[in-house]
Design a protein around this ligand. Structure first.
Ligand SMILES: *Cc1c(COP(=O)(O)O)cnc(C)c1O
Length: 378
């Protein structure tokens, strides 16, 4: 019996051909033909003002922090249930992360708690569309607007998901995408900064190009380029952009395959879940999922531990997810995070398990997972 991995990278077919084209073109550094193709495609589909491919989503978040001028003493509101990069990109600039508990249903930032977290020092709210299901963007954008605070969507899970018919990643002044191996669309390591507010575009290009106006020079807008600002090296290599384009141009196929797998899990596990007190993912009717993952909430920590072991014994890899950020070693040491502060995050973090879920998952693989799950009684 073969192992069923938690994730497997799934080639679409043209990746290697496109990489060979970058070599033939002599374009292996960044911001060239394939990077631009990826950017145009993202802009064309979502209607975002500008997409800039980057070395990672983490780096795109760092660019967002630089663009917003985040500095020592500023506060940035982030969900307590997210990846470390969501706050860390801002902490790197000297900001203090203000954690927000999540909603019990979607596991997204609880928008009803935002107002109470805003202070005169708040500079940004960074929602994460967990599993590809939208946060309550109407409320988040309204609260942020009323207080003059920027919204940056960490859209690592949400590319091609929708909120009330509108693409995720188009609500914030800025949004970030991830093309890490574990994400729906990948080039191994990569990301994008999405700039929805035009006033940030020019500086975003400069920050990405080590603080130079090289992008303008490439376009023939200036006759030499030089040092004009702070910046770093956030440019994606065109070798990776070629790989990424091979995936991005197949986005509809990828999303359709993931939707089929997601819906099959959900249908096959429905009665087992209701009989055993296991909760399936909640997708509100006004949210179009990006189908980033399929997760279950077991009744408690011991049941989850037993469930993961039960699947492992059948050579199936299921994994838990984020630990509450306020209880991390770093947050406890710096900001004194205490158990009990964010009860929903603490609770779901102990109970959540992610089933194997990847674009190339075969029907036979999925049947094996489903059979194994149905044999488990918490
Ligand atoms: C994957 C992920 C990131 C980091 O993405 P990288 O491209 O690996 O830097 C950030 N935030 C969230 C929510 C993620 O899931």
């Amino acid at each position: 019996m073969e192992d069923i991995p938690f994730n497997r990278s799934s080639l679409q077919g043209s990746e290697l051909n496109y990489i060979q084209q970058t070599l033939a073109l002599g374009q292996i550094a960044g911001d060239q033909t394939f990077s631009k193709k990826c950017e145009k495609l993202l802009e064309g589909i979502t209607g975002c003002n500008k997409a800039l491919v980057t070395t990672s989503c983490t780096h795109a978040l760092e660019m967002a922090a630089l663009l917003l001028g985040i500095q020592e003493g500023d506060e940035v509101i982030v969900p307590d249930f997210t990846f470390v990069s969501t706050p860390n990109a801002f902490v790197l600039r000297g900001a203090k992360p203000v954690f927000c508990d999540v909603r019990n249903d979607t596991l997204n930032m609880d928008e009803s708690r935002l107002e109470a977290l805003i202070t005169p020092r708040t500079k940004a709210i960074v929602p994460v569309h967990y599993a590809g299901v939208a946060c309550e963007m109407d409320t988040i954008v309204e609260v942020a607007g009323r207080h003059g605070v920027a919204v940056v969507e960490d859209n690592a899970h949400g590319l091609f998901g929708k909120y009330k018919g509108r693409w995720l990643g188009t609500f914030g002044a800025l949004a970030t995408q991830s093309f890490h191996e574990t994400k729906n669309i990948t080039c191994g390591e990569g990301g994008a900064l999405v700039v929805n507010e035009p006033r940030y575009v020019q500086r975003a290009e400069i920050l990405r190009e080590k603080g130079t106006d090289r992008s303008r020079f490439f376009r023939g807008e200036v006759d030499k380029y030089g040092w004009v600002d702070i910046g770093s090296s956030y440019v994606m290599s065109d070798v990776l952009a070629a790989f990424l384009y091979g995936q991005l141009e197949q986005w509809e196929t990828i999303q359709a395959m993931r939707r089929t797998i997601w819906e099959h899990y959900d249908a096959c596990l429905a009665s087992w879940a209701s009989e055993t007190g296991v909760r399936r993912p909640v997708v509100p009717p006004h949210c179009g999922s990006a189908y980033h993952m399929y997760h279950l909430l077991l009744p408690g920590l011991s049941e989850r531990t037993a469930f993961i072991a039960h699947l492992a014994a059948r050579r199936i890899k299921a994994v838990f997810h984020y630990l509450p950020l306020h209880l991390s070693d770093y947050a406890r040491a710096r900001w004194g995070g205490m158990p009990g502060q964010f009860p929903v995050t603490e609770n779901v973090s102990d109970r959540l398990v992610r089933l194997p879920f990847y674009t190339s998952m075969t029907a036979a693989e999925q049947e094996r997972v489903i059979e194994a799950v149905l044999e488990f009684t918490p």
